[in-house]
Design a protein around this ligand. Structure first.
Ligand SMILES: C[S@@+](CC[C@H](N)C(=O)[O-])C[C@H]1O[C@@H](n2cnc3c(N)ncnc32)[C@H](O)[C@@H]1O
Length: 268
């Protein structure tokens, strides 16, 4: 099962979609106190850069929040219409809504149950969640000023269809704020597809070391959550998914198999 979790991107789309739904249903069932609000590997500043200032209630999710902050920080989001594709358990959507004050923030995810969870759990002005697929974003043409996408696109059935959809829903000069782990030899291909789909690259960063450090610093908290909430037989699979120390995912950031890249893009 842990092996299955590591390799799910290699499975046919037909299996990947139900897998996400099952995974969300398991999390909803086991996370009784609703403290698992992020599903990304996190980010830590290097070389003694100043850590992000956070409200006390956000401290436990510091590393996952720092990844979102890194992705959106260089763009003005105040009073803008923002959507997030692959919003998961909604922690990033809540962080951006509270700290960056967009006019409207819509989280979109493939799992109906996680959307239900997010709509009942978060009470933030302007924030809402709708079910939808990255390959057919449920928004009208040119209706968004920014699209956020964090650690979700790697396993979409067709990433170019997704990039074209982002381009369609963005208004002129709108921003696409995109970050994911990418196999080293695929980075040039992804960059090429972004440009083919009508985006200008405003910035591109290799943040692999930041993500690896974030994961290392956050491992204890992740292990503690798994220990406390997940039944024995599933612990190893959840550890693989969470990328804690000793898993193939944790090693893949250290051994160069994957790079973690962040892009700030603008619709041409
Ligand atoms: C690794 S989680 C990341 C969630 C969130 N961005 C975060 O950082 O916490 C990936 C999310 O993408 C969603 N997802 C996967 N395939 C999708 C698709 N084709 N369309 C929309 N969402 C999708 C999954 O349901 C999951 O919630």
């Amino acid at each position: 099962m842990a092996n299955f979790v590591d390799k799910y991107c290699e499975f046919p789309t037909m299996l990947r979609r139900p897998m996400w739904r099952v995974w969300h249903n398991l999390l909803i069932r086991f996370d009784k106190d609703s403290t698992v609000n992020f599903m990304n590997y996190g980010y830590a500043p290097l070389n003694g850069d100043k850590p992000l200032e956070l409200n006390a209630e956000d401290e436990t999710d510091r590393y996952c929040i720092q990844l979102y902050h890194h992705v959106v920080n260089s763009v003005e989001l105040e009073n803008k219409r923002v959507i997030e594709v692959g919003s998961g358990r909604g922690g990033g959507a809540s962080f951006i809504s509270r700290y960056f004050k967009p006019l409207k923030y819509t989280g979109i995810d493939i799992s109906a149950n996680v959307i239900k969870f997010c709509n009942s759990f978060y009470r933030v002005p302007g924030l809402s969640f709708v079910e939808g697929r990255a390959e057919k974003i449920p928004m009208p043409d040119a209706s968004c000023d920014a699209v956020v996408n964090v650690e979700s696109a790697r396993c979409y059935s067709n990433i170019k269809t997704f990039f074209n959809e982002v381009n369609r829903v963005l208004a002129d000069k709108g921003n696409f704020l995109f970050a994911d782990m990418i196999e080293k030899e695929e980075v040039d291909g992804i960059r090429g597809k972004l440009m083919e789909c009508g985006f200008v690259i405003k910035s591109e960063k290799d943040i692999t070391k930041n993500v690896a450090l974030g994961l290392e610093l956050d491992t204890r908290r992740r292990e503690e959550q798994i220990e406390r909430k997940i039944p024995g037989i599933l612990k190893k699979s959840f550890a693989s998914f969470a990328g804690t120390k000793g898993t193939a995912r944790f090693d893949s950031f250290k051994n160069g198999k994957f790079e973690y890249r962040s892009f700030v893009l603008e619709k041409q």
